[in-house]
Design a protein around this ligand. Structure first.
Ligand code: AMP
Ligand code: MG
Length: 308
């Protein structure tokens, strides 16, 4: 399906348009239009010191934003683009301060979603933070975007996103390369490409986070999120259970049967659902025995931020 020209015209006119990526829906604005970028911050209620990720439709568009592309970045681009992998570069002087929140670095990724790539190839590079109001969970369906913004934002509907958690953010600008936000591309995958150890720098206790976004608390559903301890018998009807083992069933039980990818894909939707349905608690079965799965650090990171 070709993208309706009204969305492309909207971006060219300095408006904002939400679109699907493989991670979550992004709120797109022309990366070279300061007024459009300001709209993104205003509409989201995003703190102005939290920089945006530039989304490109071709790897060579990186050269419009950065001073140089280190060899390591070339290897990572080759391995992970298009995909859920954001790279932080030293920016060139033309990049707008509104994009980088005044930092001398810029975050860039090429999404792996046919609608996103088609859209950006017609508009040019877009900044695209998650298309939710700040403080709400990232949207993984067009309906979530409408829930947060009503009709004030145009949305390209591409159905539910595949991954459901935001991209891995990787910083190459420091002496010590580090993952600043865990995503579905794991530390091990990065180390296998670079043939070196990389650090993880995304723990809440960091006094001076390397990524401004780490300062901000994430969404906590109204329902209290807890790790499940033991077997729920009998089931408590005030609880929405997210279980990994299939033994128990009930109207308030969602079973993932060991499929952590599916839990990641649906997590934010379940958070929103729990609030709609008025649950008091969300109990998630711990997955200690599935730690080899690459999505575990990202999933733990998002769940721990939502814990009561
Ligand atoms: P969002 O687009 O809502 O998924 O958020 C983007 C994330 O990338 C936030 O956590 C930002 O703080 C982070 N980020 C964007 N640009 C930079 C940068 N230049 N340096 C460090 N972190 C960045
Ligand atoms: Mg966000």
């Amino acid at each position: 399906m070709p993208i309706d020209q009204k969305y492309i015209e909207a971006i060219k006119a300095g408006d904002i348009v939400a679109f699907p990526t493989e991670t979550v829906y992004g709120l797109g604005a022309d990366a070279w239009n300061p007024d459009a970028i300001q709209k993104v911050f205003t509409v989201k209620g995003r703190p102005s010191d939290n920089p945006l990720i530039v989304h490109v439709s071709r790897p060579d568009q990186v050269y419009d934003f950065v001073r140089d592309v280190p060899d390591k970045a070339l290897k990572l681009i080759e391995a992970f683009w298009p995909g859920p992998f954001t790279i932080i570069f030293k920016k060139n002087p033309e990049v707008l301060d509104a994009v980088t929140a005044g930092l001398d670095t810029v975050a860039i990724r090429m999404p792996d979603h046919p609608l996103a790539v088609d859209f950006i190839s017609q508009t040019g590079p877009l900044v695209a933070p998650s298309a939710n109001k700040s403080g709400k969970p990232s949207p993984t369906k067009a309906g979530h975007v409408i829930e947060d913004f009503g009709n004030s934002v145009l949305v390209i509907d591409g159905g539910a996103t595949n991954i459901g958690l935001e991209s891995t953010v990787f910083d190459l600008t420091d002496i010590q390369p580090a993952i600043l936000r865990p995503g579905s591309i794991s530390r091990k995958q990065v180390e296998d490409v670079l043939h070196e150890k990389v650090a993880e720098s995304f723990f809440h206790h960091l006094k001076t986070p390397r990524s401004p976004g780490q300062k901000y608390s994430h969404y906590k559903p109204k329902a209290e999120v807890q790790w499940l301890s033991g077997t729920p018998d009998p089931l408590n009807k005030e609880v929405l259970y997210l279980l990994l083992t299939p033994e128990i069933s009930g109207p308030n039980v969602i079973t993932y049967n060991g499929k952590l990818d599916l839990l990641a894909k649906e997590l934010y939707d379940r958070f929103r659902q729990a609030d709609h349905d008025g649950y008091r608690y969300i109990a998630i079965e711990p997955f200690d025995d599935l730690t080899d799965h690459p999505v575990v650090p990202a999933l733990l990171n998002r769940i721990e931020k939502a814990l009561s």
